[in-house]
Every structure is written in C-alpha cells, then in structure tokens.
Design a protein around this ligand. Structure first.
Ligand code: ADP
Ligand code: MG
Length: 226
C-alpha cells in the first residue's frame, strides 16, 4: 500500500488507507467501508449499524470538516442518501469515494501522533483532542521504541489525564489499549521508513471506556527520502 502510494506520487494516505495501516498494527479504528454510489453507502450503513458518519475520502482531502465533507450522526437511510449526494456533489477535488463509518459515542477526544525528529528519530505524542486542543496545548512526547512503562508514564504525565478517569458518569478509559496504541505508533515509526508522520485526531473514548481512532492521517516521506 505504501509503495504504491509513493509510486503514484501521493503525499499522504487517505483516511481509509491510514486506518487500515493502523489497524494492521492493532490500533482500534472505526468499522467502516468505502462507497462509490448511494446504494452502496446505504447498504454499508445498514451493515455497520446506526447512527453512521459519512466523509469524503481521498489522499488529497485533508481538512475534511473545513471542506464540508464530514456528515455526523446520520440516523436512517434517507439521511445517508442525502449526505452522500451533498458530499459527491461538493466538487471536492481528489474524491476517491465516500467513507461510511460507525459514529463513536462519547465526548472525550485524544490525539496520538508520530513525528520524526532529526536528533531523536521517531517520537510518539499523546495529547488532548477536540475543541480544546488549541486552547490547552497539552501534549506529551516519548522517543520510540516505547515499552509499557514508558507508555504508562505518558498517560500519567498528561495534564488532562483526569479525562482518562471516571468522568461525568462515564467509565475510565481502557488504559491498556491506549498504551498498546502508543507503543504501536512508535513501532510504525521504527519499522516503516515510508511513513513521515501520523496524526490520529481524534481517538474517542466512549462512555464505557473503549477507544477508537475515528480519524487518521498517515503522511508519507517523499520518495527520495524514504
Ligand atoms: P477532519 O479531517 O476535519 O479532521 P474528522 O474526520 O476528524 O475530520 O472529523 C471531524 C470531527 O468530527 C472529529 O474531530 C470528531 O469530533 C467528529 N467525528 C468524526 N468522525 C467521527 C465518528 N466516526 N464518530 C464520532 N465523531 C466523529
Ligand atoms: Mg480529524
């Protein structure tokens, strides 16, 4: 997948492909499928279960909500058909299909990331996601590879860690899965030279504590650097 994407001159993987890569490393992602027509979108939604989210998907579509290509909380087939028409008719350049995915419940949003530092190599980031990301700028970094203790330390150093605990009647986040996901992001950085950066924004913590990446972006290194 990465080699093909580089050959095609892509700068990034689409959300769909980015999540397939993360899932291959054991990171939990939304149930989803790519539709290329309205009937397919409706069939996928019925299979995934309501409510669903529809998104314009393509390697060049990066800021999807700004472009108007994210339609949340669609409750029935009529909603899905209408949303499909809006996205497909938006004239988005580089639209490769419409992503139909489960709508993750919950308001707690985290950001996980991978960056490459010229001195320290691949570094893993954990941060606060959602509407407060810019305001609070709460991020923690560790160099890859991470072991379980280091991953655990990240969740402890995280100033917003209270949202990982029991919160407004919601269960504590599944810390084990969060730690495994942080370790996995670091492994991708060490094992896959083609990957320049990863941005999982957000990973949602559901009311029962379960975690799921609902958006992901894998940025590729330029072919000559990989
Ligand atoms: P963007 O490319 O603009 O970052 P996202 O896919 O992150 O687009 O969607 C924007 C926002 O919509 C997310 O930050 C999240 O709050 C919400 N969202 C997106 N997908 C889902 C989903 N499957 N379940 C619940 N909320 C979602
Ligand atoms: Mg996002």
């Amino acid at each position: 997948m990465l080699t093909d994407a580089l050959k095609r001159g892509q700068k990034a993987l689409s959300e769909y492909d980015s999540k397939r890569l993360l899932a291959a490393y054991g990171i939990p992602v939304t149930r989803e499928g790519l539709a290329s027509d309205e009937d397919q979108a409706a069939a996928l939604a019925a299979e995934i279960g309501w409510p669903v989210v529809l998104k314009g998907c393509g390697a060049e579509l990066m800021h999807k909500s700004e472009g108007g290509w994210v339609e949340l909380n669609l409750r029935d087939e009529q909603d899905v058909r209408a949303a499909y028409k809006r996205i497909a008719g938006s004239g988005a350049r580089g639209l490769e299909g419409v992503l139909v995915q489960e709508m993750a419940p919950g308001q707690r949003e985290l950001v996980l990331g991978l960056s490459r530092d010229p001195q320290f190599g691949p570094c893993v980031m954990l941060g606060l996601g959602g509407i407060f990301t810019e305001l609070i700028k709460d991020t923690v970094f560790r160099m890859a590879p991470l072991d379980l203790v280091e991953a655990r330390d990240m969740t402890e150093e995280f100033r917003s860690k209270a949202i990982l605990g029991a919160f407004r009647g919601q269960k504590p986040a599944d810390i084990q899965t969060l730690c495994r996901s942080l370790i996995a992001v670091g492994r991708i950085g060490l094992e896959l030279d083609e990957v320049g950066e990863i941005d999982v924004n957000p990973m949602i913590v559901d009311p029962r504590g379960g975690l799921k990446a609902v958006d992901a972006l894998v940025v590729l290194k330029r072919a000559e650097d990989a």
